[in-house]
Design a protein around this ligand. Structure first.
Ligand code: SF4
Length: 355
């Protein structure tokens, strides 16, 4: 039985005491926790149905002995952040935008995190003042940077006061027009999204966007929805990002409910990420074919407003690629210039139609 948590659960023993893991797994879970950070907030713990051994919320947050198995193709830096890091805290992969990694802590630690070797207590926790100043200088001296994406760790773990200083620093750079914040806090610790936080996110001379990370419709609780509404009502537009995860959201009904939930919250579905090759995460990854099939069924079930892009971060730091499925193909290589196009039911038509 789950015992209500009063504080964030951070150890295997905490999880066992609160009915979220079984005592026979203690030693394996301690090994996992020694390598990858663990944190389950009271709000997330309350969402877990501990009577369900396959609970989709537990699979995202409660460690598993499967994480001790690293596949040969898995990598501590699966999307190649290091390759594109000119100064500490900055990843400059595309010409017009940078990632700005301010903190290395999160409210919760996701079992599939692609930065799992870099986030958590005991890792570097925040940029030093000097490193922060150098990162800001880098942005200042690169006029091609139009968008700064605050990520981490979770930027909403910063105090409202610190967040405001950072937002003001970025807003003061003429060429920075967009500041995007990637966060799981509205889901994992919604009460952190206070009026002060929301006020801190708004900045003169730049537009703030917030990208919410959620993977299952049950994560969109009334409290999470209210936290998002506080930002959106203040004029901050939101998009979503989700990771396709085996046993969590790898079926059409769950994905449909998740995407509908986002749109109901005024959050535009943006990305559905294919699981990255992070160490010890193979048990949570689907195949690309499964992902494409799910995207195809989503197209038949929900409107365009509810459609995310299914994307793969190409290992080695080569950026994101939309990975289909494809709806259009050349009929043949002849001169006729006719195409095959697939409708939402999967039926194939010719374009232009044959006479
Ligand atoms: S909140 Fe984001 S950065 Fe933190 S553990 Fe989850 S996926 Fe990783």
């Amino acid at each position: 039985m789950t015992r209500r948590a009063a504080a964030t659960l951070r150890t295997a023993t905490d999880l066992i005491e609160h009915g979220l893991a079984s005592p026979e797994n203690l030693s394996a879970l301690e090994k996992v926790a020694a390598r990858y950070a663990v944190a389950v907030t009271p709000e997330v713990a309350a969402l877990i149905d501990s009577s369900d051994p396959d609970d989709p919320i537990a699979r995202q947050y409660v460690p598993s002995a499967d994480e001790l198995v690293t596949q040969p193709n898995e990598n501590a830096d699966p999307i190649g952040d290091h390759t594109h890091s000119p100064v500490s805290g900055i990843v400059h992969r595309y010409p017009d935008r940078v990632l700005f990694k301010l903190v290395h802590v999160c409210a919760v630690y996701c079992r599939f995190c692609f930065r799992r070797e870099m986030v958590g207590p005991g890792k570097e926790t925040a940029l030093s003042n000097e490193a922060y100043a150098s990162a800001l200088d880098y942005i200042r001296t690169h006029p091609e940077i139009w968008e700064v994406i605050l990520t981490g760790g979770d930027p909403l773990m910063l105090s409202a006061r610190r967040l405001k200083e950072i937002m003001d620093d970025l807003g003061a750079i003429d060429h920075v027009k967009i500041i995007r914040i990637h966060t799981r806090v509205p889901v994992a610790a919604p009460s952190r999204v206070t009026d002060e936080t929301v006020a801190a996110l708004k900045v003169n001379d730049a537009t703030t966007w917030v990208a919410l990370h959620a993977n299952h419709p049950r994560e969109l609780t009334d409290e999470a929805r209210a936290a998002c509404a506080r930002m959106i009502d203040a004029g901050i537009p939101m998009v979503s990002q989700s990771v396709l995860l085996r046993g969590v959201n790898d079926n059409a009904a769950t994905l449909e409910a998740l995407m509908r939930g986002f749109v109901e919250c005024r959050i535009k579905p943006y990305y559905l990420h294919h699981g990255d090759l992070a160490p010890g995460t193979a048990h949570l990854r689907t195949t690309l074919e499964e992902g494409q099939k799910l995207m195809q069924s989503l197209r038949g079930r929900v409107s365009g407003l509810c459609q995310p892009d299914y994307v793969l971060d190409i290992p080695g730091g080569h950026g994101k690629a939309p990975i289909g499925p494809q709806y259009l193909s050349r009929r043949s290589e002849d001169a006729e210039q006719q195409y095959r196009v697939v409708d939402y039911c999967g039926d194939v038509h010719l374009y232009p139609p044959a006479d």
